[in-house]
Design a protein around this ligand. Sequence first.
Ligand SMILES: O[C@H]1[C@H](O)[C@@H](O)[C@H](O)[C@@H](O)[C@H]1O
Ligand SMILES: [Fe+2]
Ligand SMILES: [Fe+2]
Length: 326
Amino acid sequence: MAPAMDIEMPNVAENFNDHRDGLALEATSDAIDDAAMKVKNGTATQEEVDIYDQSQFDAEKDKTQFRQYEDACDRVKNFYREQHEKQTVAYNLKARNDFKTKTRAEMTIWQAMEKLNTLIDESDPDTSLSQIEHLLQAAEAIRRDGKPKWFQLTGLVHDLGKLLFFYDSRGQWDVVGDTFPVGCRFDESIIYPGTFEDNPDSKDPIYSDKHGIYSPGCGMDNIMLSWGHDEYLYHICREQSTLPDEALAMIRYHSFYPWHSAGGYRWMMNDKDEKMLAAVKAFNPYDLYSKSDEMPDPAKLKGYYMELINTYFPPREGETERVIRW
Ligand SMILES: O[C@H]1[C@H](O)[C@@H](O)[C@H](O)[C@@H](O)[C@H]1O
Ligand SMILES: [Fe+2]
Ligand SMILES: [Fe+2]
């Protein structure tokens, strides 16, 4: 069955030339955004892709201490019970509609990071640090490993979608936590798979079918992933940054553990998704295992990261820093 709804996720990769690191930025226009605002993405160079394999993040670290959901505290378990009950197709359509029909706030990337300072993520068994610290830890780990600048910046911004919590959310359940597709059967690869019983979609004859409203090989650009910080930030970066497709995939799929780590949902992938999976897998260790690194000092690091921010979120005329429409 073909995807039943248009969720507007065109594949921009084929259409655009590589633009990064001194290569020409090709101008484009967009009916919705003003011409100066619209920027576009391309795929990473082969050389950059090769770098994925060249270093292994923190081989010394005991990785078994992370994501221990069976031993997690009630805060985490209750979070997922609520999320798994409430993430329905109907809710996801509504959330996307709300997203498209308004701008929630206007602020720069750094201001957004500072605003997240007060948010403690209830779904996370591995850190109770504020989000600005987590973002800097991830970015610093990527930088230490000599990854490309866009990769470092992706580490810095990847969780900024959690800003949603302060605007349009109904709690944390539609902002944080792992993601999974809606519109097809909830897979065993999702953590706490037994907690979907109270989700009405699990009893729906179509949505409870293995492929549901999708068809095998339809490509993940056509899949509706549970609404939250990944989907939200992905749309913002696709429109307002020059980050390459790999970075956009890292952002959109970083919480899709059932897919990138547990091996579920492979039936929906197309060729592009195979490439993107490699990027997401390269990103994941920096997100997860940097949580036990030492606490970064935002004031000391700001100068370095401001340069990266200005490269991939270029200021418009009259701005010293890009003001993002959130
Ligand atoms: O608890 C965490 C946290 O919310 C992360 O930001 C998200 O990306 C992970 O998937 C999730 O497990
Ligand atoms: Fe995240
Ligand atoms: Fe993260």
